[in-house]
Design a protein around this ligand. Structure first.
Ligand code: G4P
Length: 286
């Protein structure tokens, strides 16, 4: 199976981001806490060269807390200011304002020495599709914020959201695309639902997810579907078992593998098989 997904408007989006990058002081990059490496495009490191960097492990509510802690340490060692957040319910989101001030400490100090006062820090959200950028912007900016720029009669420009007197946020996030050079990256993106299901063969892919779960989180399968760990030798048998237990039959007799796979993916993506992180920092084992 070859997972490829490469929209044509990618170059344009990248060029726009390059332009926006000139205006900002700090890049806030969102990744999915379940795949903190596969859900980022490393090109951002070149695009954001010289900027203060914040990395948010979003959707940490769906990830393994121990793995999230390891990733946090790992990215901190690489020079990022890091936080685990849940953009959906807002957990950890408020602290990001403080993180911005920490990440931009040098710039604030430089401005102060030059006598520049009250120049707000300008931030931009970036990330691959579906990591939660829009949800985060809504949660972070809230309702009380004021938009600046693009006022009637004022020169057309970027839309900035004023978060407080110190920080402004570009209201449109920078979209990057994942890198599919490694087959595992595509697979993991598909597992968490970041690649549209209609372009992948879900039953075939579900066998790979089952194999992963058998190896790394068999209790998830056991708890959710009542499959005993000693019966977990063959992924196809497990899928059949899921189909049987969930009544996935075509015309009442044939196993509906696609339907069973769909159930498994929905369960996995919503944390019903447990809070599972699919990858650990390089060189780290469970
Ligand atoms: P994007 O702008 O980066 O493309 O992502 P977007 O905000 O549209 O979020 C993609 C999906 O991820 C949304 O779900 C959103 O609710 C969910 N999401 C974002 N942050 C979190 C989080 O921290 N935890 C969890 N569990 N989910 C998160 P959806 O199913 O597409 O929409 P909805 O039904 O939730 O509205």
């Amino acid at each position: 199976m070859n997972l490829q997904w490469y929209p044509g408007h990618m170059t344009k989006a990248k060029r726009m981001m390059q332009e926006d990058m000139k205006l900002i002081d700090v890049v806030i990059e969102l990744v999915d806490a379940r795949i903190p490496a596969s859900s980022r495009n490393p090109d951002i490191d070149t695009l954001a060269a010289g900027k203060a960097r914040i990395l948010l492990l979003n959707k940490y509510d769906l990830a393994d807390p121990d793995a999230t802690e390891r990733w946090k340490n790992w990215y901190e060692k690489k020079g990022f200011f890091v936080a685990a957040v849940n953009a959906k319910n807002g957990t950890g989101v408020r602290n990001v304002k403080d993180l911005i001030l920490c990440a931009c400490k040098d710039k604030i100090e430089r401005d102060r020495k030059r006598g520049i006062k009250n120049r707000p820090i300008r931030a931009m959200i970036v990330g691959i599709p579906n990591v939660g950028k829009s949800t985060f912007i809504n949660s972070f900016a809230g309702k009380a914020c004021t938009k600046t720029g693009n006022k009637p009669g004022v020169t057309k420009g970027k839309q900035w959201i004023r978060l407080n007197k110190n920080v402004e946020l570009l209201d449109t996030p920078g979209i990057l695309w994942p890198k599919f050079e490694d087959e595992l990256v595509g697979e993991r993106l598909a597992f968490i639902g970041s690649i549209k299901d209609d372009i992948i063969q879900s039953a075939e892919l579900s066998l790979k997810l089952i194999a992963f779960l058998v190896e790394h989180a068999p209790q998830g399968l056991e708890n959710r579907y009542g499959i005993a760990q000693e019966d977990m030798e063959n992924p196809l048998k497990i899928l059949e078992e899921i189909a049987l237990r969930r009544g996935c039959l075509i015309r009442g007799e044939e196993t509906d593998y696609e339907k069973a796979a769909g159930i498994l993916f929905d369960d996995f993506r919503s944390g019903k098989c447990g809070f599972i992180t699919l990858e650990l920092p390089e060189g780290e084992e469970k």
